[in-house]
Design a binder for this molecule. Structure first.
Ligand SMILES: CC(C)(COP(=O)(O)OP(=O)(O)OC[C@H]1O[C@@H](n2cnc3c(N)ncnc32)[C@H](O)[C@@H]1OP(=O)(O)O)[C@@H](O)C(=O)NCCC(=O)NCCS
Length: 192
């Protein structure tokens, strides 16, 4: 894997993200290991540049960069997607994040997660919005212009086609919603 060099204005962000991931990942032995080797780190940093190009109207160049990043990391983030601070994509292989997806600060995403469209939306916003501190388990598929609330958890392998409230857990196919209070005491559930 290539070691990345980031422009001066991104270097501070890069070090801060690598340190954040190091703190969160019990398997990481140093932030430098994250910085040099972690595909999720590289994909997010590449996305900063791809998104800047996208916003500047350099759509082809933006897409080219995101495709190069996908080739190396196995993680596909459309340059139009809006990512917050300290996004941790763990393992990462097979992650797909669509053009109008919004991913809030400190969201954790495991490998195989799709933040996609249903294929039938007509509006401009076609992909999910994930609010801060939510966690999306491996191979979960979230489709359409839905919202996952802050601190919510989506279980590995879930298929989510409707909103998930804050502090709720969504599991299964189609997802069952388990409601919690802020201290994670179970207060109800429903099938969607
Ligand atoms: C969903 C998850 C976050 C646990 O959240 P939680 O709020 O602590 O949920 P609980 O463990 O209390 O489980 C609640 C219910 O969901 C069920 N459940 C948990 N995870 C599930 C999953 N992935 N799929 C289906 N059902 C699941 C539990 O069996 C339990 O069922 P019950 O109501 O019949 O007792 C966790 O199980 C999970 O899937 N994490 C993803 C982690 C991951 O992707 N790791 C990859 C590492 S490489």
């Amino acid at each position: 894997m290539d070691k990345r060099k980031y422009p001066a204005e991104l270097e501070e962000k890069a070090i801060s993200l690598a340190k954040f991931i190091y703190k969160k990942d019990p398997a990481a032995t140093s932030w430098q290991e994250v910085y040099d080797l972690y595909p999720g780190f590289k994909a997010v940093m590449d996305h900063h540049e791809a998104h800047r190009l996208y916003q500047a109207g350099e759509l082809y160049e933006a897409r080219k960069l995101s495709e190069l990043s996908r080739k190396e990391t196995g993680i596909e983030i459309h340059p139009g997607a809006q990512l917050g601070e300290d996004i941790f994509i763990d393992h990462g292989m097979g992650v797909v994040i669509g053009e109008t997806a919004i991913v809030g600060d400190r969201v954790k995403i495991y490998h195989g997660v799709t933040l996609g469209g249903t294929g039938s939306e007509k509006g401009l916003k076609r992909h999910p919005s994930i609010h801060p501190d939510a966690e999306i388990g491996a191979n979960a598929t979230l489709l359409g212009n839905i919202t996952v609330g802050h601190h919510a958890k989506v279980g590995a392998g879930a298929v989510v086609l409707h909103d998930v409230p804050p502090y709720a857990t969504a599991v299964g196919v189609p997802a069952r919603i388990i409601l919690h209070d802020k201290n994670w005491n179970r207060i109800g559930e429903y099938q969607i």
